[in-house]
Design a protein. Structure first.
Lengths: 269, 220
């Protein structure tokens, strides 16, 4: 891993409702500086995917700015951000300044076409500026969850595809081939829907403790399953913030939650 | 709407969540985000579950800087039983938010002009709090007008330097109390803050004097 200069250089960023991200940082002077976006590789792997953005001086505020356009699709994952003061120079990891994510807050209210691309700037645990990206052909955005002692009901909306009459909700038991199929209640527009999972839908042979169900939608028979999650707002990591009660019965509990990737799952204990 | 601060009993986030239940019932699209960390978190989580508010009320964890978060809200809420400074109130007003706060000792009433840039409600009064919140949620024009007034009025509070001064005074007083030495008198307070502007000095003076009173009475 390359050594980082501990630069006090703080980078402001702002995102607009189309997903265009503008980065601003104060540079003393520079010869062809660039911003580097690098997809964080899986443990033990090498870094392979990078994007470069040109930095240009803005006469209005004396800072340099770079723009990540909405059509510049980023692969799904976490992207680290660096300054390249000049070509061939050592890169410096960016520290966060102001993050203006206001435009993301009501993002779920707008229907997205395919492919659904989401980018949310966030701050890593060790205090660096980074981007969380999702890129999916289609996406199901979960909204309200109702949990009683008998059932879990999810209201959601499909983006980038339409639901047909034979659409199904699929709950897949992680680490197995077990799939439970549920019939959704589909809205007139073919996009909004809801489904309910009861006790019997979530039973696991031999007890369920420590097992997880991942939730998908098949818009029509034999279509590729589309993951259900919650991506269309300003929260990059919602696992410990969007927290739900458990449906408890007969000593087992089923609690809906969001994974570290903001995908909807149900934990059995 | 947003509230921010350490998750401790005196901040009364339980009161805020209970009052917000009435807002969510009438306006299910509204969210309450509470930023901060602290020992009350598990109890607040239980309260959210008991009231069925998990789709509307979120414990966000700590956030710095808060300015970026305030900017996402349209109302700020503060529900403390006791709040000597009210820094978060000023912070929210500087981001253009009307603030609904309990009228607790000693900060909020020094900062908020009831009906103009925010609302003051009696300490611990859940229904009065709910009414005040519902009023602002239900009236877009009034809410925005009060937000603009909040932004203008916030200019009279100089930011960090003044409050840092006041906090230093309190620290000195606390140290003096604990070690038995005399605390610095009011005269020194005035001269330290001279030249910083009348209203800002008044705020710090009032806050410091109030807190010194509390320390002398042994309430702190």
């Amino acid at each position: 891993m390359s050594k980082h200069h501990d630069t006090p250089l703080r980078t402001d960023c702002a995102i607009d409702k189309d997903g265009r991200i503008t980065f601003r940082l104060p540079l003393a002077s520079a010869a062809r500086p660039q911003l580097l976006l690098a997809l964080r590789p899986k443990k033990g792997r090498a870094e392979t995917t990078r994007h470069h953005l040109e930095l240009e001086p803005d006469p209005a505020d004396g800072k340099w700015h770079a723009v990540l356009e909405p059509l510049q699709a980023l692969d799904e994952g976490r992207w680290d951000l660096y300054l390249l003061p000049e070509p061939g120079a050592e890169r410096q990891r960016l520290r966060p300044g102001l993050r203006d994510l206001r435009a993301l807050v009501d993002g779920h209210l707008r229907d997205r076409p395919s492919p659904v691309a989401v980018r949310i700037p966030y701050v890593t645990k060790d205090g660096f500026l980074a981007l969380r990206a999702w890129l999916r052909t289609a996406h199901v955005e979960a909204r309200t969850l109702d949990v009683t002692d008998r059932a879990i009901t999810v209201e959601a909306r499909l983006h980038g595809a339409r639901l047909h009459e034979d659409a199904t909700v699929r709950l897949r038991l992680r680490g197995s081939d077990t799939v439970r199929s549920l019939r959704p209640r589909i809205d007139e527009d073919g996009r909004g829907f809801s489904f309910t999972a009861g006790q019997k839908d979530l039973t696991v042979d031999g007890g369920g403790a420590g097992r997880f169900w991942d939730a998908f939608v098949r818009p029509t028979a034999d279509a590729r399953p589309i993951r259900i999650g919650r991506l269309l707002d300003d929260v990059a990591d919602r696992k410990h913030v969007y927290v739900y009660p458990a449906m408890t019965s007969d000593g087992t509990a089923a609690r809906p939650y969001y994974t570290v990737d903001n995908d909807l799952a149900i934990e059995m204990t | 709407m947003i509230a921010a601060g350490r998750l401790v009993r005196v901040k009364r986030y339980d009161l805020l969540i209970e009052a917000f239940a009435q807002v969510a019932a009438a306006f299910p699209d509204w969210q309450l985000r509470i930023y901060g960390k602290g020992e009350e978190q598990p109890r607040l989580r239980q309260l959210i579950e008991r009231l069925g508010l998990w789709n509307n009320v979120f414990l966000m964890g700590a956030a710095t800087p808060m300015e970026a978060e305030w900017a996402k809200a349209s109302i700020a809420a503060a529900t403390s039983d006791f709040e000597p400074f009210g820094m978060t109130i000023v912070e929210a007003m500087r981001c253009g938010l009307p603030v609904v706060s309990t009228d607790c000792p000693y900060g909020p009433a020094e900062i908020i002009k009831d009906g103009a840039d925010g609302r003051l409600v009696p300490v611990g009064d859940r229904d009065a709090l709910a009414s005040a919140l519902l009023e602002l949620v239900g009236d877009d024009e009034r809410r925005r007008r009060m937000g603009r007034t909040a932004l203008e009025n916030a200019h009279r509070f100089a930011p960090v330097p003044v409050v840092a001064q006041a906090e230093r005074i309190i620290d000195q007083a606390m140290t003096a109390k604990n070690t038995g030495r005399r605390a610095p008198g009011h005269h020194r307070t005035d001269s330290q803050l001279a030249g910083r502007g009348h209203a800002a000095r008044d705020l710090a003076h009032t806050a410091a004097a109030g807190a010194l009173r509390a320390i002398r009475k042994g309430q702190r």
